[in-house]
Ligand binder design. Structure first.
Ligand code: AMP
Ligand code: MG
Length: 339
């Protein structure tokens, strides 16, 4: 693709006139990366097919993997969907702005490539002041997948975005590190019984407290089976060195490390690093704070590719609350689970 000059707009406090520059780029059909509370998104005008195409091109994303559309106000929803089921409105009231993407029946107004030809559209209102300012200033629905090259972990800093997309996009709004650190929860509300297609920042129990029981899509799709979420069929990011998740404690991890040849790196909590007595582990945070472990995961995965290592042994964390999303991403990055 043609080489673009990529502006970087660093924003510490709002209001900031650089938001207008970024919004103008979006209005002109350009691609702009911006922080959300989950990960950095790569945005473009969701009503402009060429602008949306530029997202697919910059990322190298397969065309049949639809994009999430970000909105700054629920007032605009009826422009893009045929109707809003009651359960979906309840979820919006409870969790928007926030890390929940709701799949609704599309009315076909948005650019066709946003939804990859599906009759449904995934919508979300992000809970980040910069993202909301950009949405309000541009007055656009903004299609935005994660701002990484396809096959890399989602970016949690502007540096990650720059590393992957410099020269391929018009600009990056740098608002510091993102919070949640993994992508939004995706729930399909076009079904009789809503189904969680991807675990994320809003947990199953959070959702069930508002609308009652929901289904969970199986995380692995069998060959020849049509996935409910097109993204589910694509291989998730895995670093160059294989990751093995080791269930059980520090002793088990030590044994596994001793049995293999080559350099081993531990991807663990501070507590596990202490138990192992190693000082060169990749530390995700305290095991008692799963939110910070989750928030640090993608940066740690990116660091693995900078390291001289043959194998990564990762700790297995609790699947409670945000742990569900954490372990979903870690399991997708891993090649093996050792019981
Ligand atoms: P990303 O934007 O990279 O975080 O990925 C967005 C995820 O949402 C992908 O897994 C998509 O397949 C999924 N998604 C987006 N729109 C829809 C839709 N209309 N129906 C089902 N899944 C969707
Ligand atoms: Mg992504």
């Amino acid at each position: 693709m043609a080489h673009l000059h990529t502006d970087v707009w660093k924003i510490d406090t709002l209001p900031d006139t650089q938001i207008e520059e970024a919004a103008n780029q979006l209005k002109e059909g350009q691609t702009v990366a911006f922080p959300t509370e989950t990960v950095y998104g790569l945005g473009a005008d969701a009503t402009n097919e060429q602008a949306v195409q530029a997202i697919f091109d910059a990322k190298g994303r397969p065309a049949d993997n639809p994009l999430i559309v970000h909105i700054g106000s629920t007032d605009v929803l009826e422009k893009y969907v045929t109707h809003i089921p009651e359960r979906a409105s309840k979820l919006m009231d409870a969790f928007w702005p926030g890390p929940l993407t709701i799949i609704l029946p599309s009315n076909g107004t948005l650019a066709k490539n946003v939804t990859a030809g599906l009759e449904t559209v995934g919508l979300r209102m992000p809970d980040h002041p910069i993202a909301l300012a950009l949405l309000k200033t541009s007055e656009l629905p903004v299609a935005a997948p994660s701002a990484n090259r396809s096959g890399k972990p989602s970016p949690t800093t502007a540096d990650h975005v720059y590393h992957d997309l410099n020269g391929r996009i018009a600009g990056i709004v740098d608002g510091g590190r993102t919070g949640v650190g993994v992508e939004s929860t995706v729930i399909d509300c076009t079904l009789d019984r809503p189904m969680i297609l991807r675990p994320g920042g809003v947990t199953q129990s959070d959702i069930e407290a508002v609308i009652g029981a929901v289904d969970i899509a199986p995380s692995k799709v069998k060959k020849d089976e049509q996935p409910r979420s097109p993204g589910m069929k694509y291989k998730h990011y895995a670093p160059d060195a294989p990751i093995w998740i080791v269930r059980g404690g520090a002793d088990r991890m030590k044994n596994v490390a001793e049995e293999v040849a080559g350099r081993v790196t531990f991807l663990v909590s501070q507590e596990r690093a202490d138990e192992l007595g190693v000082n060169d582990a990749l530390i995700l945070g305290s095991r008692d704070d799963l939110s910070s472990i989750t928030s640090n995961l993608y940066d740690a995965l990116r660091q693995i590719d900078q390291m001289d290592t043959d194998l990564v042994l990762a700790e297995s964390f609790s699947k409670d609350g945000i742990g569900e999303a954490l372990m979903n991403r870690l399991e997708r990055a891993a090649t093996k689970v050792i019981e």
